[in-house]
Write a protein that binds this ligand. Structure first.
Ligand SMILES: [Zn+2]
Length: 87
């Protein structure tokens, strides 16, 4: 299924993109501080990163939902076709 393949590839691209951002933040600001401090450049950078991660996760969920809806539709079609053939 080309649609499912490209969906998987998109997901992988998202993960790689996200990891790249994390690497860039570590390079520029270092690892996360043990506690969040207002006005700390490192903490603010990780806060933005978390926001991106949440956005990515939500987008992945939406894509999963759409893919499942497509699959259900296909399964429904396949099942109804089988019923028609039996009659
Ligand atoms: Zn900090």
């Amino acid at each position: 299924m080309p649609a499912a393949q490209s969906w998987g590839q998109t997901m992988l691209a998202d993960i790689e993109k996200t990891d790249y951002i994390a690497e860039a933040i570590i390079d520029a600001f270092g690892e996360r501080c043990p506690d969040f401090a207002e006005g700390c450049a490192c903490c603010e950078a990780w806060k933005q990163y978390d926001r991106l991660r949440t956005k990515d996760a939500v987008q992945t969920l939406i894509r999963t939902k759409r893919a499942l809806e497509k699959l259900n539709w296909s399964l429904d079609r396949a099942l109804s076709t089988q019923v028609e053939e039996r009659e």
